[in-house]
Design a protein around this ligand. Structure first.
Ligand SMILES: CC(C)(COP(=O)(O)OP(=O)(O)OC[C@H]1O[C@@H](n2cnc3c(N)ncnc32)[C@H](O)[C@@H]1OP(=O)(O)O)[C@@H](O)C(=O)NCCC(=O)NCCS
Length: 170
């Protein structure tokens, strides 16, 4: 039976947290790993909500850090499903910051990331992912760009496998 599609608005999510001293690296700015965890948290919640059940991170690529994040910034991660395949889906996350005590401050776009999640069943095997309903122009742009990334990921993985096979590696 075909799964009923969910629009992107169904699972879109925003997670925000104030960065404190425990989030800092040795230079005093926020550690990249802290930002990556926040991104994975937001994307994981979005993927699980979208597909109404367990979903695991299969890959995280194209994480771009545009500006440093500082202690005292409110770090906000907005996640939405960009694309769905048979069992996998791409979630895009936009990360912005704003000073914790300045409501007038303009938010800064500090990072973006694209993650692939796979919907899994109770035996941790891939299961059919709920399709995403592409409704708006923004949805259509995101879908088209996600397909480019998907093709590039698969081609890269295959090229590495082919190279290893040719070289006699495992
Ligand atoms: C992710 C996982 C379930 C995939 O299992 P698998 O048996 O390799 O699955 P398949 O080869 O059948 O691939 C399933 C889907 O994932 C996609 N996929 C798998 N690995 C991928 C990767 N590295 N990059 C992008 N897509 C990937 C496949 O293209 C396929 O998509 P489709 O069904 O939409 O066409 C498995 O590798 C796993 O459990 N990994 C660990 C996940 C984890 O612990 N994450 C961290 C904590 S959440």
């Amino acid at each position: 039976m075909a799964l009923e599609a969910n629009p992107t608005s169904f699972s879109r999510i925003t997670l925000a947290r104030i960065m404190d001293l425990g989030d800092a690296n040795l230079h005093g700015n926020v550690h990249g790993g802290v930002i990556m965890k926040a991104v994975d948290d937001a994307a994981g919640a979005c993927a699980s909500r979208h597909t109404r059940g367990k979903a695991v991170t299969a890959s995280m690529d194209e994480m771009v850090f545009l500006e440093p994040v500082h202690v005292g910034d409110i770090l906000t991660c907005k996640a939405q499903v960009n694309w769905t395949g048979s069992t996998s889906m791409e979630v895009g996350v936009r990360v912005t910051t704003q000073r914790w005590d300045d409501a007038d401050a303009v938010g800064h776009h500090v990072a973006s990331a694209y993650l692939v999640f796979v919907a899994i069943d109770d035996d941790e095997r891939p299961r059919p992912a709920v399709p995403v309903l592409v409704e708006t122009d923004d949805d259509r742009h995101r879908w088209a760009e996600a397909v480019i990334r998907r093709n590039s990921r698969l081609a890269r993985r295959q090229a590495i496998r082919d190279r290893r096979a040719a070289a006699g590696d495992a």
